[in-house]
Write a new protein. Structure first.
Length: 211
């Protein structure tokens, strides 16, 4: 009778150990782990659902005062299954948090990379302005060329705004230095600076003409 009960327990315990081995061999990929962990949790819950089959045989051992001779009790096996389930739920929670963190990092990087491109263009235009030389009319035209380049960047700044607003809504914007607002201000400064330089050239041209 005891041997029969022990024989019932063996495949269940081996099944639990098999699932534990699968947990230990999980891959590194977060999405793949997510799928496999969900499958393992389902298997674990199926094991737990079948543990009731041990109750009647063990009660029979108890009735004959043989329960202490069994290698394991239903409570022992419930404990093994509960431990596995708890471990799986913890891993699922940690994995889900890692997936969220990875997605947040991806979104932030997407914005930062795009913002860096626009700011890079702005800094290049600013440097170009400072390097302009030549006759007054020649310089004037070059300033207007820079102004055109600056204006061409405006749609890119507009494209950044909804991305940044989505980050802001999820509190992911706190460590971002180049916001759409600061970038817009930088380009407005470039345009204002160009306007001032052009005014100075126009005044110089007017003086040359005696106006």
């Amino acid at each position: 009778m005891v041997a029969n009960f022990d024989a019932l327990c063996v495949p269940i315990v081996e099944n639990i150990k098999g699932r534990e081995n699968e947990v230990n061999a999980l891959p590194e990929g977060l999405q793949e782990r997510k799928t496999l962990l969900a499958e393992l949790l389902t298997k674990c819950q199926e094991i737990q659902a079948g543990l009731g089959s041990l109750d009647a045989p063990f009660q029979e051992l108890t009735d004959f005062k043989l329960n202490y001779q069994a290698k394991q009790t239903p409570n022992d096996i419930h404990g093994f299954a509960d431990q596995l389930e708890g471990r799986l739920k913890h891993l699922i929670s940690s994995n889900d948090a890692a997936i969220v963190a990875e997605e947040c990092a991806r979104r932030i990087k997407e914005y930062v990379d795009q913002a860096a491109i626009v700011m890079g263009e702005g800094k290049a235009i600013s440097a170009e302005i400072e390097s302009i030389t030549g006759e007054l009319n020649e310089k004037r035209q070059k300033y207007f060329d820079c102004q055109k380049k600056s204006s061409d960047e405006q749609p890119k700044i507009e494209d950044l705004k909804p991305i940044y607003e989505a980050l802001e809504a999820d509190q992911l914007h706190l460590n971002i230095e180049d916001t759409p607002s600061t970038i817009q201000t930088f380009f407005e400064y470039i345009n204002s600076h160009i306007a001032t330089l052009v005014q100075q050239i126009d005044a110089a041209i007017a003086m040359q003409k005696g106006l």
